[in-house]
Design a binder for this molecule. Structure first.
Ligand code: SF4
Ligand code: SF4
Length: 424
């Protein structure tokens, strides 16, 4: 990429037609006659040992696309072992016991399930969960289906955009026409006033296009750009990952960019972005706001609410620490990218698994981290991406392979760091 921190207000990359050039997010979710209680709630202050900030349910692994980096190695046909709607309702009852986590319905392609609106309605209206959806850009996403999903109570829909042009995006997604369909879906969402999130996976094939993708995100009027850094699992290949130095350069570019754009920027599978953000603030001599626990609000992005009511966590989320993933057959994992099975919701509550399983306990304890992450003063707020560590070393507690930082205590050869000096 060219990490040029130039502003992206110019919408030269925006598609023609009714796509917004203002960059202003559109109006919030219509309540369709019933109150969506989560819209009134403040930012939840969550003890990650008791409850996650985000719960992700992969309602199916079926998908008609064939992306080169697909975590799920998705196939076209649905699995007969998927959780049924009745089992899904019981799962949602359990998820609501956590309090009010952000609830993400993902796949595969969730649009493959005919009962999707029942799931959304039960989650958003009956259980009061802030519910978002990640459909695949296929002909299944019609205007009518989007309207039906909105009426069911969805708060936000996230679409993938891995290239600013059809050639790049379609090559990523494994299907010609996927880019044009994505633009068409965005237009439908604008008509229907459904808040839009854009997800981009950063890898070698598109790293040079990030500036242009950011312009597109601005032009769409998206509320959030979720920038995901490739984890080599599923169909994602190690050789497609960018280097540790490129990660670092992109983090700095994103730190500059966030002051120049209308959308929020969220980084996924790159916890060391928080270390970069803190280092920059310290070098600039700026004091960062903290919450009552001393956690850096600016780094984790809390303290405000978007038009669609979905807020940002006040602490650093990591796999199994503020995050839990339930697979299409009910298996529970620390994240969708860390395939260490901790239990199954058919025989156990997801609450019990999250709070008490061995692997979740291990992942939540920064003192268990190994290598340079284990002696790093940023290990509480960062801790490195656990899924990438697992994918590249076979050890979920190993050091983050894509971080350039060398902690002072590693340089000094010291074995440990006192808790009081940790940055949280
Ligand atoms: S759209 Fe998502 S689920 Fe479908 S193949 Fe691509 S990454 Fe996998
Ligand atoms: S060494 Fe590990 S804990 Fe420290 S900043 Fe890098 S990834 Fe984060």
């Amino acid at each position: 990429m060219n990490p040029d921190p130039a502003p992206v207000r110019d919408t030269g990359g925006a598609p023609a037609g009714r796509v917004s050039a203002s960059g202003a997010p559109s109006a919030g979710v219509s309540d369709a006659g019933r109150t969506l209680a989560w819209k009134e709630r403040p930012v939840p202050s969550v003890d990650f040992n008791r409850a996650p900030y985000t719960v992700i349910w992969e309602v199916t692994r079926a998908c008609d696309l064939c992306c080169i980096h697909c975590r799920a190695s998705a196939q076209k046909a649905r699995d007969s072992g998927e959780l049924t709607l009745a089992e899904g309702y019981r799962l949602l009852d359990s998820i609501a016991e956590f309090g009010s986590p952000v609830f993400v319905i993902t796949g595969g392609d969730p649009m493959k399930r005919a009962d999707l609106e029942d799931i959304i309605g039960y989650a958003a209206r009956d259980k009061g969960l802030r519910t978002s959806l990640t459909p695949s850009a296929t002909p299944l996403v019609t205007r009518d289906r989007l309207a039906s999903i909105k009426a069911a109570g969805i708060a936000r829909i996230a679409l993938s955009l891995d290239g600013p042009r059809a050639a790049v995006h379609d090559a990523f997604r494994g299907e010609r026409g996927c880019f044009d369909r994505t633009i068409e879906i965005i237009r439908h969402m604008q008509d229907l006033e459904i808040p839009l999130q854009i997800n981009t996976t950063v890898a070698k094939p598109n790293v040079a296009d990030l500036v242009e993708i950011a312009r597109r995100v601005e032009g769409f009027g998206a509320v959030q750009w979720s920038v995901f850094f490739l984890v080599p699992m599923g169909r994602g290949k190690r050789e497609d990952m960018i280097s540790a130095a490129q990660h670092e350069r992109i983090f700095h570019w994103l730190c500059d960019l966030k002051h120049k754009v209308s959308f929020d920027i969220k980084v996924t599978a790159a916890q060391h972005f928080r270390r970069v953000a803190i280092q920059r603030e310290r070098r600039a001599g700026r004091a960062m706001r903290t919450d009552e626990r001393g956690c850096y609000l600016e780094v984790s992005g809390a303290g405000f609410q978007y038009t669609d009511g979905i807020q940002r966590p006040t602490q650093g989320v990591n796999d199994g620490k503020g995050l839990v993933f339930i697979s299409h057959v009910g298996d529970v994992y620390p994240s969708g990218f860390l395939p260490i099975r901790a239990g199954n919701v058919r025989g156990q509550s997801v609450v019990d698994i999250y709070r008490n399983s061995f692997i979740f306990h291990e992942l939540r304890d920064p003192n268990k981290l190994r290598g340079k992450c284990g002696v790093c003063e940023y290990r509480v707020v960062c801790g490195g991406n656990r899924a990438r560590a697992w994918a590249m070393t076979g050890d979920a507690l190993a050091e983050e392979p894509m971080c350039v930082y060398v902690p002072p205590l590693q340089r000094a050869g010291a074995p440990s760091i006192p808790d009081g000096e940790l940055i949280s």
